[in-house]
Every structure is written in C-alpha cells, then in structure tokens.
Design a protein around this ligand. Structure first.
Ligand code: SF4
Ligand code: SF4
Length: 55
C-alpha cells in the first residue's frame, strides 16, 4: 500500500524533496501517486504535521 496525505497537510512542500521517486505532487494539499510510491516513509518523517499516513 502506498502512503496517502490527509487533510492536515499545510502544503509546505517539505516532503517533495525527500521522496526518492518523485511521487508527490503539489496542490492545495499535496498528493502521492500510489503507483509510484515505494512506501519508504521519508515523506512522513519530513512532514511537520504528520499528514502522510501509511496505507
Ligand atoms: Fe515518496 Fe516514500 Fe512518501 Fe512514498 S512513502 S510518497 S516513496 S517519500
Ligand atoms: Fe503537506 Fe506534510 Fe508534505 Fe508539507 S510535508 S506538503 S504538510 S504532506
């Protein structure tokens, strides 16, 4: 299962630079491409509000 970003995202952009496969797209809230995500957890570690959730 890919990570998903929930509504608590404040669109800071911190997660995008840490994603090794560029799976995260910019937006009002950021979105993870489930087909590209390799479940590494780097986005969750980088996020100041804990918005990326496993599964
Ligand atoms: Fe990218 Fe890893 Fe987050 Fe998936 S879990 S979106 S691969 S940083
Ligand atoms: Fe949203 Fe967290 Fe990514 Fe910032 S680091 S854009 S708050 S998911």
């Amino acid at each position: 299962m890919a990570y998903t970003i929930d509504d608590s995202c404040i669109a800071c952009g911190a997660c995008t630079a840490d994603c090794p496969v560029d799976a995260i797209s910019e937006g009002d809230i950021y979105v993870i491409n489930a087909d590209t995500c390799i479940d590494c957890g780097a986005c969750a570690a980088a996020c100041p509000v804990g918005a990326p959730k496993e599964g």
